[in-house]
Design a protein around this ligand. Structure first.
Ligand SMILES: [Zn+2]
Length: 119
């Protein structure tokens, strides 16, 4: 286990949060869940750049090539941001239809979710 903030391995368990193991970094006091592991190695800045390119219409594979990261990673970021800020990043303009099955599945399920409750 490693702190996502300062990369220290000096962390303690800190109870459970929403059913997940919660950790606290002894060095910087940052609290985090073990699911943060998956995001290690990418800065918020890089994430923001990729998402900015995405909402400006760039294809996911193109962004991945430019930044040297997996387009699957970018999809995961889009999903995360989409959950946090559904209105700001509502994917009305998917770059290229058929670019990625996973993304289409995500957008489809989201539309269904929005559509069933409010219309
Ligand atoms: Zn830390």
């Amino acid at each position: 286990m490693q702190c996502p903030e300062c990369q220290s391995t000096h962390v303690n368990k800190n109870g459970f949060n929403k059913g997940k193991q919660n950790y606290i970094c002894v060095d910087c006091r940052r609290q985090f869940l073990d699911c943060y592991q998956a995001q290690r190695g990418y800065s918020d800045e890089l994430k923001h750049e990729c998402l900015t390119m995405y909402v400006n219409g760039m294809g996911l594979r193109a962004i991945g090539r430019v930044k040297g990261i997996s387009h699957v990673t970018i999809i995961n970021w889009i999903k995360q941001v989409g959950e946090l800020l559904p209105s700001a990043y509502e994917p009305e303009t998917i770059p290229q239809v058929g670019e990625l099955d996973e993304l289409e599945t995500f957008v489809g399920s989201k539309k269904t979710k929005f559509g069933s409750g409010q219309w």
